[in-house]
Ligand binder design. Structure first.
Ligand SMILES: Cc1cc2nc3c(=O)[nH]c(=O)nc-3n(C[C@H](O)[C@H](O)[C@H](O)COP(=O)(O)OP(=O)(O)OC[C@H]3O[C@@H](n4cnc5c(N)ncnc54)[C@H](O)[C@@H]3O)c2cc1C
Length: 446
């Protein structure tokens, strides 16, 4: 009988691993369980669905269940939830949510791709209606449906991580009055140094978002969000406080957990039990600069780690080298990106740091379309090794972070970065690329 792979979770991690395993081993019997209504969707596209740039949720689906069934011979079971895993018996308990029946499914190999869940703060009234986090496309559709049904006028976004920022902008464009409440003094405070994060404050307010930084939420009541400075009207509350790994199923099964409760995996994405693999938002990964295990919930990482899991499930051999912590977003026309470690993260990892923040322009400053941009480079004080970079600026600024991400992967010093033969013509850049300008200034301090 063919070996059976059971996959739990039908989005980026689950289906990328399943597809890769199928490619490697045509004989595998693959069953994928997804409790929601769509497979392989782009949760990253949800803000653009809310804003109206994307017409239908189906446009965000890369591959439907039928495509997986027909083209990849994967037995995709929609609205099927894995409710327990028995690692000794090697079975998964499955609940068919449509027909309300429960059955067991045996496996030889198991791939866990259960993703993450939005953090819900333990505050009075948090279980009230219309307080929503967003992780899956079903969450996004439910939120949009609710906003339409309520003819929602006032939206309060709690937290200002990248999902909070993107959802705030989306609801402004949807037509709501948006208030953002953030306990820290600036947005994305875990990702950006304070001097860089400060540049975002103006951008957030620029679109008409009533951004309350340094103000914590104290509780919720129907139609109201309470903060220290009084109640705010809210037809809908969007939680943007980050996510936690969805690892309850794995934990209850007895799989070893790691950072922030994510599933511990080795470099092959193997868990603590042979033949059981995990990848994506539910799994731990490794930071190549801090050399520490971390939990990072990004689609880029989910796809890459799942590919590695799929190769190994299919009988190949592949290892994931880890991440350097690269992320990018756009807030109200201002682009933001970061890679490596922030100053605080670098110091926590034991590095003595030097840094430089430079103000420059996205293209040659004398051209009419030139827009301001700020680049911060962080290096190790004695060796000059690049440790991190952050960028905030106008159109064309943020994607330059990829040069720094590449330099981090190659463990370059800031001098190495200065010497890179990067492209230049006035419509694209200043003579020295902004990344190199920042590297050059910090090199002078090493
Ligand atoms: C609004 C938003 C914007 C984003 N923007 C970006 C971006 O710009 N760039 C970026 O890199 N990342 C972005 N992300 C993050 C990215 O979407 C996630 O990192 C990615 O979706 C993770 O994929 P995953 O497969 O690990 O988890 P998920 O996408 O969460 O998928 C897990 C799936 O498993 C299912 N599931 C869970 N438990 C069970 C169970 N017990 N049984 C059956 N099914 C189960 C869930 O229903 C879900 O469909 C964004 C996320 C959001 C919400």
């Amino acid at each position: 009988m063919a070996e059976r792979l059971v996959v739990v979770g039908g989005d980026a991690a689950g289906m990328a691993a399943a597809s890769q395993a199928r490619r490697r081993d045509p004989s595998l019997d693959i069953v994928a369980l997804e409790r929601g209504t769509r497979t392989s969707y782009s949760a990253c596209g949800i803000p653009y669905l809310v804003a109206g740039d994307v017409e239908s949720p189906d446009d965000l689906v890369a591959r439907t269940p039928d495509e997986f069934r027909q083209e990849h011979r994967i037995d995709v079971r929609m609205r099927h939830e894995a409710t327990a895993i028995d690692l000794d018996a090697r079975t998964v308990e499955v609940r068919d949510l449509v027909h309300e029946r429960t059955f067991r499914l045996g496996f030889d190999q198991l791939m866990v791709g259960t993703g993450a869940r939005p953090i819900r703060p333990d505050l009075p009234g948090i279980d009230g209606p219309h307080i929503r986090g967003v992780q899956t496309l079903d969450d996004g559709c439910r939120m949009l449906g609710e906003a339409r049904e309520l003819e929602c006028r006032d939206v309060v976004v709690v937290g200002s991580g990248f999902i909070g920022l993107e959802m705030a902008e989306a609801f402004v464009r949807w037509g709501a009055k948006v208030t953002m409440v953030e306990a820290n003094e600036r947005p994305m405070s875990r990702q950006l140094d304070p001097d860089v994060g400060d540049r975002l404050v103006t951008a957030v307010r620029g679109l008409g978002i009533d951004a309350r930084f340094g103000e914590a939420v104290e509780g919720f009541e129907e139609g109201l969000v309470h903060t220290a400075s009084g109640p705010l009207r809210a037809d809908l509350v969007v939680l943007g406080l980050g996510v936690a790994p969805e690892a309850t199923l794995a934990e209850e099964a007895g799989l070893e957990l790691g950072t922030r409760g994510s599933i511990r995996v080795n470099r092959r994405q193997a868990t603590s039990t042979p033949g059981v693999w995990a990848a994506g938002d539910c799994a731990e990964t490794y930071h190549r600069v801090s050399q520490r295990r971390i939990h990072i919930a990004l689609g880029t990482v989910a796809n890459k780690t799942a590919r590695i899991a799929g190769v190994n499930i299919g009988g190949g051999y592949a290892t994931f080298p880890g991440v350097v912590g690269t992320a990018i977003t756009k807030v109200c026309g201002t682009e933001v990106a970061r890679t490596g470690l922030s100053t605080e993260e670098a110091e926590r990892a034991g590095f003595a740091t030097v840094s430089a923040t430079v103000e420059t322009t996205t293209i040659a400053g004398y051209l009419p379309d030139a827009q301001p941009m700020v680049v911060k480079a962080i290096a190790e004080q004695v060796t000059g090794r690049l440790l991190g970079m952050q960028i905030v600026g106008g159109s064309g600024a943020a994607k330059r972070i990829d040069t720094a991400a590449t330099a981090l992967s190659a463990e370059m010093t800031v001098d190495d970065v200065v010497e890179l033969d990067l492209s230049y013509a006035p419509p694209f850049s200043s003579t020295w690329d902004p990344v190199q300008v920042a590297a050059r200034v910090v090199a002078g301090k090493v």
